[in-house]
Design a protein around this ligand. Structure first.
Ligand code: HEM
Length: 402
């Protein structure tokens, strides 16, 4: 995590306790709370070139929420909402109490790596008279044969992604933003997810998903020279979507896992379906989790070490003319279905500079014959243009809306 605050200096709702040298510069309003240490102190920046919640590790708790503009809400109303939302997100992410009435839900907690990320869906542009500024990259995603999409839980004018390493901090942000939308935008759908809590494992590790696999190993890394080119829209963007410079496109898919069938597979079969060992995520071509995958390697019997339909073969950039994306997912579990199967899976969020060079070609290929797809159902889908970050005094989306 990028730490803006330092351990022990930040108190209730991030307010500096006892005048100790906290990094947030807020005056001490509460002095009856013990100084924080650990997870609560970590803070992500709201202001900057890119929005937070993209290149940062996925937090332990996530809320994905889509809103539709209320009838009559125009560009000006949307701009005012994005201003309110940005101001509040900046305060909360710095660990400061929100201005005005507060619910108190996050009192006693520090920022806990809270991130709030805002995006615009295709339908936003017509409703606000901004069709001329709609990026070509927001063309609807193609249909895939394995889709079983619920339109009510798909798409949306506006999208908010909230993540935090504390569940109360995350809900606090969600509740405030939802109330601030009142009169301008109405909730369309909401999904809640989770990941491993920092500190739950002996050392920091790639997280597991609900199939038990180590998931995220071969993601682009922020230290890679071409990370920004893969994930963010270039700064020198010209034309109708120049306002997207520094932004990214988020593909959101709710993917249910058919866990009853999956868990009947032997360990050996499960590993072949992915192409990696379940225990430590090492590729079946050998080595440890981080050893580069050797797609050409043959096993002792002369067959491919990583099967022809293994997920990591079919999804790899090498199989898709370099197509790449940053996968930053949350797991979800919404109880059990009528047949007793868990309603559980992955809130898959893929970030890329251009969905036509990231998610779309890869999902096309997976859809045609990936061993994992038989155990998955894509139940909802959305695509959002997530603008770059804003400077202090500005709001996210200002270059589009002003
Ligand atoms: C890799 C699981 C859906 C694209 C992996 C890995 C696992 C995994 C365990 C190997 C570790 C890693 O490199 O992260 C899953 C599960 C999914 C799912 C459980 C659904 C519930 C998708 C979808 C896409 C995708 C929908 C894109 C359309 C990739 C890519 C890699 C990958 C690009 C890295 C391949 C490589 O370069 O080695 N996935 N995945 N996955 N997955 Fe998925």
């Amino acid at each position: 995590r990028r730490l803006l605050g330092t351990a022990g200096a930040v108190g209730a709702a991030g307010l500096v306790v006892g005048g100790a040298g906290g990094a947030f510069g807020a005056e001490a309003l509460r002095d009856d709370v013990a100084p924080l240490s650990g997870v609560g102190t970590a803070a992500l920046p709201f202001h900057g070139t890119h929005q937070s919640g993209i290149a940062d590790p996925a937090q332990a708790h996530g809320h994905l929420v889509a809103f539709d503009l209320a009838p009559g809400a125009d560009r000006k109303a949307a701009a005012a909402l994005l201003r309110r939302w940005s101001d509040t997100a900046a305060e909360l992410m710095a660990g400061r109490a929100p201005k005005g009435d507060d619910t108190g839900i996050a009192l006693d907690a520090g920022p806990s790596s809270l991130s709030v990320t805002f995006g615009f869906g295709r339908t936003f542009f017509d409703r606000t008279g901004l069709t001329g500024k709609r990026p070509a990259a927001l063309e609807p995603l193609p249909a895939f044969t394995a889709d079983a999409l619920d339109p009510k839980r798909s798409d949306g004018d506006l999208w908010v992604q909230i993540g935090a390493d504390d569940g109360l901090v995350a809900f606090h942000a969600l509740r405030l933003l939802q109330k601030q939308a009142d009169g301008t935008a109405r909730l369309r759908w909401q999904m809640n997810g989770f990941n491993r809590t920092p500190g739950a494992t002996g050392r920091p590790m790639t997280a597991r998903n609900l199939m038990g696999q180590v998931d995220g190993t071969n993601n682009p890394k922020t230290s890679d020279g071409d990370f920004a080119a893969k994930v963010f829209v270039p700064d020198d963007r010209k034309g109708a979507d120049a306002w997207m410079a520094g932004g990214s496109y988020a593909v959101v898919r709710r993917i249910r896992m058919l866990l009853d069938s999956w868990e009947q597979l032997s360990l050996d079969r499960q590993e072949k379906v992915i192409g990696r060992r379940k225990s430590d995520g090492a590729p079946l071509s050998g080595g440890t989790e981080t050893t580069p995958v050797d797609l050409d390697k043959l096993g002792p019997d002369g067959s491919l070490a990583i099967a022809g339909d293994a997920h990591i073969r079919v999804a790899a950039p090498a199989s898709n003319r370099g197509a790449a994306m940053l996968r930053r997912a949350f797991s979800y579990h919404d109880g059990f279905r009528d047949d007793g199967a868990p309603d559980a899976g992955l809130l898959f969020v893929a970030w890329q500079a251009d969905p036509l060079k990231g998610f779309v070609p890869v999902q096309r290929k997976l859809d045609r014959g990936d061993g994992l797809s038989r155990f998955l159902r894509h139940e909802s889908s959305a695509l959002f243009a997530v603008p770059g970050g804003c400077a202090e005094g500005e709001y996210v989306g200002q270059r589009l809306l002003e």
